[in-house]
Design a protein around this ligand. Sequence first.
Ligand SMILES: NC(=O)c1ccc[n+]([C@@H]2O[C@H](COP(=O)([O-])OP(=O)(O)OC[C@H]3O[C@@H](n4cnc5c(N)ncnc54)[C@H](O)[C@@H]3O)[C@@H](O)[C@H]2O)c1
Length: 420
Amino acid sequence: MNNKVLRVGFVGVSGRGSGMLELLLQVEGVTVPAVCDVVPERSEHGISIVTDFTGGAYPVHGYLDYREMLAAEKLDAVVCCTTWITHSRIAIDAMNAGCDVAFEVGGAASLQECWDLVRTSERTGKICMLMENCCYARNEMAVFNMIRRGVFGEITHMEGGYRHNLREEICLGRENIHGRLANFRRRNGELYPTHQLGPIAKALSINRGNRFLTVNSISSKSRGLHEWIKQNRGEDYDLFAEHFNCGDVTTTMIACANGETILLNHDCCTPRPYSRDYCVEGTKGIYTEPEDGRGKIYIDGLSAEEDEWEDFTPWRQKYEHPLWRLYEAGGIKAGHGGMDYLILSAFIDAVQSGGPAPIDVYDTAAWMAITCLSEQSVAMGGAPVPVPDFTDGRWIDREPFRRSMYCLEEVCDECFEEKS
Ligand SMILES: NC(=O)c1ccc[n+]([C@@H]2O[C@H](COP(=O)([O-])OP(=O)(O)OC[C@H]3O[C@@H](n4cnc5c(N)ncnc54)[C@H](O)[C@@H]3O)[C@@H](O)[C@H]2O)c1
């Protein structure tokens, strides 16, 4: 890694973007000379976040149009926290302008969008990284370490979900200038697959010896958003009679080339506690997480009582990922318990190293594509839809991955030796 100080442009300064910008500024080797949001106050807010942090150490320019920012500023990289349907366009333009790019999570609206990301990254040689922070969550990383050490035996099935009561955020999208509302009105399917699919795909070596083959999705009826509007805004509210296309719960199955199955749940319109429902099943045991962050585990022959759950905490202490050991020793920085800082650090490390990123453009495309494929499957009553191979056959025998502290293919113990 070279320690070049990077000039990073930041696009999208709403709730998520503000928090990510504050964290990005704390990553070593980063300056943010340009921020952009189509909403003028948010662009201004971005400038104040940077100047508050730097104390005015360098000038920061605000933009309303990211294309003007790309043309006017000499940037090394762009971080994009805009709405789901704008990520790819901004990422493609950023790569064409010579920037490495990382953007926030969300599914693709079309396969063409995914192919365009892949082809642009291949042609320009620029990094295109989906910032799937859950790949760096503490439990997920410890479970990954256990999977690679064979604790679960051979993995047969994995599950995950995005189960998050977002009714208010979705319904008040116009009042709060928030991007989800239009998607729930018009689309029906697995709109937000990657939070658990990211860690699952890495555990199953998708795009490196394995790949997604087919997607089947079904959606329940849509009731939750209407009910929230009825209770909280009443009959005079203009969305009272709105029919929301997106079902309250979308259930998706993915089949993999190596025989594993994946179950995903998308569930944002029900009053319920948050959960990502992570579950790993293998020939030697199971990990499951019905409540957010509270894992349970059973391993044949190792768990104290036969067929009885154990609390995951002592297992996590034993199998803590070395990145988390290091990170905890240095003082965890905020943002979803620390994983936001780690995903930003992973991107900056990849840019400074000249790539590739731990989540590359093939991962980005394959994970995002699940959304538009699930919409097709729902529309066809749950019929299987094939998943394109965005690697053009390279998944069968890929070039070696880059070993680093942030690597998501293996646990690269040697990268931590000099630091411990
Ligand atoms: N990884 C996580 O844990 C996590 C958490 C929350 C949100 N997110 C994701 O982060 C993203 C942003 O989330 P949010 O809640 O802040 O959404 P939001 O809709 O409130 O904010 C999006 C922002 O992007 C701006 N924008 C839209 N198009 C633009 C363009 N062309 N140029 C410049 N600015 C543009 C909007 O004005 C807005 O300020 C979404 O993809 C969301 O799914 C991820």
